[in-house]
Design a binder for this molecule. Structure first.
Ligand SMILES: NC(=O)c1ccc[n+]([C@@H]2O[C@H](COP(=O)([O-])OP(=O)(O)OC[C@H]3O[C@@H](n4cnc5c(N)ncnc54)[C@H](O)[C@@H]3O)[C@@H](O)[C@H]2O)c1
Length: 405
């Protein structure tokens, strides 16, 4: 049975705890230790882990040093800690199951990739939307060429986050926190999955085949934050696919994020409800509706399978996430800084104990932009500010906002 150590057990770490406890109950893993700087000893998760015989550490390094025989560690820690923790754990010889976004900058993800290669250990990124049946079917279809040449991939994520979301942890909504890049926002955090899946689709399963060549982005904020909460991004990839990506966290509710893939032989539609629909130019249709799946569990099961059988394939290896980080870095390079949407275009109102921010008509603006393949600034939106494409050729280091350190 594989021995696991958890790093980060609160916040999203609770999903990791639940996942590990489930696999432990099935006899697949044994949780030997866990590390978190802050624990509540009255908390059910803490008590269950202790009851299983797991030892708590406040210093994750001490945990690694005291448990050299751990088969892997999971990391659900603040974004800016991913690189130092993952590199350290890999260098010490541990396999790592890492939360998304794997790293904030291209130099950071390259450091993790190199550490994984040097150590010969596995690093899987918890981009759980890579594991669903509908998405896997889409990729198999694209690999088989059913849509012909892929010309365009469009991702749309229209969600709502209220003020309490930004108050839950000190790095939320920040570009930099404690002297490290965070670039927290819709693109790097809640809707990161959607961008990563767009790039996987653009590369027919191989994100490195769809490496961003140029990135043009408009990064807006309705909330009083440093980062963005609303974006439009146009990416031209090395394999000649146009990837268009639209997000907002300033809607009145959460719509289902979706991706449309346009090919020379037809179009495919995939969404977070595990749905895939293909319409061919000749009028034929294929439709798949899979049952709801526990994507988090699927990711952990996939990781365990790869550790047990080295020939199995990771759903989301660290190296497959490099194009995602390039796209995110390129978006900031193109926009320079985030653009505040003027008050006149916002509706800000109390909601329970918190505050909700809505950008007027944002859902209509995004749907129209996605349909027409336009940036917001190409649509006569009064608050929109045009930007230039940024070339990602030989891009090795993200250095923006140094004055904020
Ligand atoms: N896969 C998903 O769908 C999904 C959803 C939400 C969040 N996340 C990711 O989960 C990660 C954590 O996000 P969060 O909002 O829970 O963050 P958070 O700030 O609440 O931190 C998570 C946990 O890490 C602990 N922690 C902080 N510093 C630590 C340290 N030095 N050593 C050990 N533990 C430490 C915190 O005490 C907390 O328990 C982020 O990468 C986020 O993007 C993923």
């Amino acid at each position: 049975m594989l021995k696991v150590g958890l790093i980060g057990i609160n916040g999203f770490g609770k999903i990791h705890v639940a996942n590990v406890l489930k696999q432990a109950a099935k006899g697949k893993v044994k949780c030997v230790a866990f590390a978190d700087v802050k624990v509540d000893k009255e908390d059910k998760d803490y008590q269950e882990l202790i009851a299983l015989g797991a030892r708590h550490y406040t210093d994750y390094n001490e945990m690694l040093d005291n448990h050299r025989d751990l088969d892997f560690v999971t990391m659900a820690t603040p974004i800016h800690l991913h690189t130092p923790m993952a590199v350290n754990a890999l260098n010490k010889g541990f396999n790592v199951f890492l939360e998304k976004p794997p790293a904030v900058t291209i130099q950071d993800i390259d450091e993790i990739i190199q550490a994984a290669e040097r150590s010969g250990k596995f690093c899987e990124v918890d981009f759980q939307n890579t594991s669903g049946k509908a998405f896997k079917t889409l990729i198999e279809k694209l690999k088989a060429g059913v849509l012909g040449d892929i010309e365009k991939v469009v991702g749309v994520g229209i969600w709502k986050r209220t003020q309490d979301y930004y108050e839950r942890t000190p790095w939320a909504g920040k570009l930099i926190h404690n002297g490290s890049y965070v670039l927290d926002g819709s693109m790097n955090n809640p809707l990161a999955h959607l961008l990563n899946n767009c790039l996987i689709a653009a590369g027919r399963g191989d994100t490195n085949a769809a490496m961003p060549q140029t990135v043009q982005a408009e990064l807006y904020k309705g909330h009083e934050i440093e980062g963005e909460d609303t974006t439009c991004v146009r990416i031209n990839t090395v394999n000649d696919v146009e990837v268009l990506f639209y997000t907002t966290l300033c809607h009145t509710g959460n719509d289902t994020p979706y991706i449309k893939v346009y090919g020379s032989k037809g179009q495919a539609y995939w969404d977070y409800n595990n749905i895939l629909e293909i319409k061919f130019n000749d009028g034929d249709k294929e439709s798949y509706q899979f049952e709801e799946e526990d994507l988090f569990e699927k990711m952990l099961v996939n990781f365990v399978k790869v550790l047990e059988d080295k020939k199995a394939k990771l759903n989301s290896s660290i190296s497959s996430c490099r194009s995602f980080v390039l796209a995110s870095n390129g978006a900031f390079e193109s926009c320079g800084k985030t653009i505040k949407i003027p008050q006149d275009y916002l509706i800000i109102k109390p909601e329970g104990d918190t505050v909700a921010t809505y950008i007027k008509d944002i859902e209509k603006i995004i749907e129209k932009a996605a349909e027409e393949g336009k940036m917001f600034s190409e649509m006569s939106i009064e608050w929109a500010v045009p930007t230039q494409p940024f070339s990602m050729e030989d891009y090795r280091s993200f250095e923006l906002f140094k004055d904020k350190f």
